[in-house]
Design a binder for this molecule. Structure first.
Ligand SMILES: [Fe+2]
Ligand SMILES: [Fe+2]
Length: 201
């Protein structure tokens, strides 16, 4: 990871610590995996990585215990996040044109919840493939499941329902490797569920 990305993360972490539960892990996971699945020739990492690192900092200004699935909360954390991102990147003297672009994308990063398919936003398409997939990872599964107040089995099905909605609304996987990764994670969760079931018998 470039030195500047490390500095961005350093400045972002205090916001995540104050923000939504599990977001430190969420951001660390995203920033570790995302660059393994897309090439720097396809997308400007100097925009993608700051978007990844800063997209949810706005939860620091959302009242604790708010439901992140509430649409007003989604809008509010995106607006606040865009402002905080501008401050952080400004302090680091990040190029002004890139700050403006990162800010613009953070403002709309959750617009899938309002039906956006991101077909005209290649960076958000990649980003949201992974932002979505977080809930299928071992840690993300329990964190997001608790927000939704669902039992594991129920939440596993819920992810499938969300993914169906993605397909219906045209939010596709950026490449086959990313799609295969999602299926791998879902298989792991399925196996985990059947192991837990076996242990309870
Ligand atoms: Fe978000
Ligand atoms: Fe996120």
């Amino acid at each position: 990871m470039k030195e500047i990305y490390g500095k961005i993360l350093e400045k972002a972490l205090p916001f995540y610590e104050q923000g939504r539960e599990g977001d430190v892990e969420h951001i660390r996971w995203l920033s570790e995996v995302i660059t393994e699945y897309v090439d720097e020739s396809e997308v400007d990492f100097d925009i993608l990585i700051p978007v990844v690192l800063l997209h949810d900092v706005g939860y620091a200004r959302v009242p604790q215990g708010s439901n992140p699935f509430n649409l007003d909360i989604r809008k509010f954390h995106s607006e606040q996040g865009a402002e905080i991102a501008e401050e952080i990147l400004g302090e680091l003297e990040y190029p002004k044109d890139k700050i403006a672009e990162v800010k613009r994308l953070i403002l709309k990063h959750d617009n899938w919840a309002f039906g956006d398919d991101f077909s005209d936003e290649p960076i958000l398409r990649i980003f949201s493939n992974f932002d979505f997939m977080w809930m299928a990872t071992e840690k993300g599964f329990d964190i997001v499941r608790k927000f939704m107040k669902q039992e594991p089995e129920e939440f596993y099905k819920q992810i499938g329902t969300f993914q169906k909605k993605n397909e219906e609304e045209g939010r596709t996987w950026v490449n086959e490797k990313i799609e295969a990764f999602y299926h791998q994670l879902m298989n792991e969760r399925k196996q985990q569920l059947s192991r837990a079931k076996g242990a309870n018998l």
